[in-house]
Design a binder for this molecule. Sequence first.
Ligand SMILES: [Ca+2]
Ligand SMILES: [Ca+2]
Ligand SMILES: [Ca+2]
Length: 234
Amino acid sequence: MRKQILFTGILLLTVFSYALGHLRDENLQNFQYNAELVSVAPIVDGYLDDPVWEDVLPAKLKQEIITGNEWHESYDFTGSFKAVWRSGFLYVAIKIQDDKFEKYQSKLFREDQLILYIDQYHDQLKDELYRYEIPIGTEEGVLRSPLTSVAWGNDGQTCELSFRLGDIASKDNSIGFFIAYDDVDNGQLQNTIAWAPDGYTDRDNMLPDLVFTASINPNAQQKLIRWGQIKRLY
Ligand SMILES: [Ca+2]
Ligand SMILES: [Ca+2]
Ligand SMILES: [Ca+2]
C-alpha cells in the first residue's frame, strides 16, 4: 500500500514537472523579437538619435530571472532594447535606467553589467561560447566575434552594439538571442532582469528567438538601387 502511494506520488510529480517544463517551452516558443531590415544602418556611437530607431518597437526587460517573477518597471530598474539589421549586421540599441549605477569597481561582480547571448547557429542552448558580459560604460576588452562594436552614451544609460553575422542575417532566418541586466546596487547583485517569457529563470537552458524580418522586400530594394545607378548613367 505504502509502495503504491509512493509510486503514485512519483508519477504525479513526473507528470507535473513534465507539464511545467512543457508550459515553459510553449511560453518560449511564442516569444520572439522581430528585427526588421532597415535601408540605412544606425551609427554605433551610443546615442539612439538615429532615425531608424524611431520606427522600431522596443522590447522590455521585465522578467526577473533569479526568482522567475515578473519585474515591474521602477526607479530601481527599467530597461528595453531594439534591434534592426542591414548588410549582414545586427544592430542592438539598449536603454537603461538604474537608481544606482555601479561602474569601474575593483571587482567585476560589483559592477552593473549587460549579459547577452548570440547563438548565431541557432543551437538554442545557452552555451558559454555565446555569452557576453559587458560592464556598463566598458567598450574595450569585450569584443569577440561576432560582436564588432560596443558604444555607450548618456553616462551609461544608452548603448549600441553591432554583430557581424554575414548570411545568417537574412530574411526569415532565426538566431538564439538573450539580453539581461545584472543590477548591482550598493555593491551587491540585487536582481537580474531579462527579456524573457513568463516563468523563465536563469536555470532555463533554452534561448528565445530573434527573427530577421523584412517588410520591404530586399530584392525590390536592390532593384531600386540598381535602377538609381542605371538612371545616373543617362
Ligand atoms: Ca547611434
Ligand atoms: Ca537598481
Ligand atoms: Ca545598479
